[in-house]
Design a protein around this ligand. Sequence first.
Ligand SMILES: Nc1ncnc2c1ncn2[C@@H]1O[C@H](COP(=O)(O)OP(=O)(O)OP(=O)(O)O)[C@@H](O)[C@H]1O
Ligand SMILES: [Mg+2]
Length: 323
Amino acid sequence: MIISCKNCASKFNVNETFIRESGSRVRCSLCKRVFTIQRPSTTKDKVIQKEIAQIKKEPSPVLKHPCRIISISNQKGGVSKTTTCLNLGASLAMLNWRVLMIDFDVQASLTGALGYQNTRSFYDVIHSDYDFSSCILNTKYARLDLLPSDENMILLDRRYFFDRAGANFFEYMLKDRLADLVGGRLKNKYDYILIDTPPSVGYFVLNSLTAAHFIIIPCQSEYLSARGVGQTVKLINRVKRNTNPQVQARILVTMYDPDCTASKLVVSKLKGSYRGMTFKTVINHDVKIRESQIMKEPVYYYDKHSQAALQYFALAKEIGGKF
Ligand SMILES: Nc1ncnc2c1ncn2[C@@H]1O[C@H](COP(=O)(O)OP(=O)(O)OP(=O)(O)O)[C@@H](O)[C@H]1O
Ligand SMILES: [Mg+2]
């Protein structure tokens, strides 16, 4: 393939099989500038791009689908829970599903990732008697809404999880508030409700696991993260015994590096230990994710040709209508 230097525009012929899947750094032999080159899109990438182009041309149909609640949970921090919630939400919305994302984390990363602050949150639904719908924001993306988080949310964790004041069945507080959207008066408003959760066991995680029909466990493709999956699976089994017997879970491998042996080993161990519980789609490590978060956009809207955008779109296709 022909590449051109980003500094002096000199052209070189490069054998693409030597380019790593995550991109390779090269030095221009004329001006000595170092820059990164990427492999040309694979056939699979091209197929997904074509599908995206077709979807955007279709008018948005009103889809009949019972509202499904998906919790995105892992006790381990920094494994891509928030990133998955935002980008899966945006991709499902592109596929014409109507999506509500709930930021159920005091860190309010999801809220911040979309550029919001100082908004109403679930705390106001519980303590200020605001109607649930009046706290929901319509984002600038079609069919993608957000119930934001704010710092008051910490008070819910303190009051109901640590003090257990005034709520014997505190794990059901979210499920109760979502009942209208799932099977009640507002049951035709959303197809999917995605819940972003914090990296801890407390009020928020137990409420979201209790409310969920389905749980996505993002797992960074590294050893310590894979060990964290075991703890989350144990917690889910406890939730199944106590508050939510029907819930199902699947593991999503994130930040995968196809050129790293450790990454490959972790994935094959996960697949062996949790047979039939992993998604086909794997999300690679992609710098475009970090860049898109700085720009406060889902990665597709930041760079629609990026690997991460295509992979989150593939995940949305794997989930949409099936879970
Ligand atoms: N596929 C990816 N490629 C590159 N960087 C990523 C990817 N996914 C997530 N990241 C980065 O990893 C960091 C952690 O991601 P994120 O905040 O989504 O994790 P989290 O599980 O929600 O963390 P926390 O447990 O603190 O809530 C962020 O800086 C994010 O930009
Ligand atoms: Mg997070």
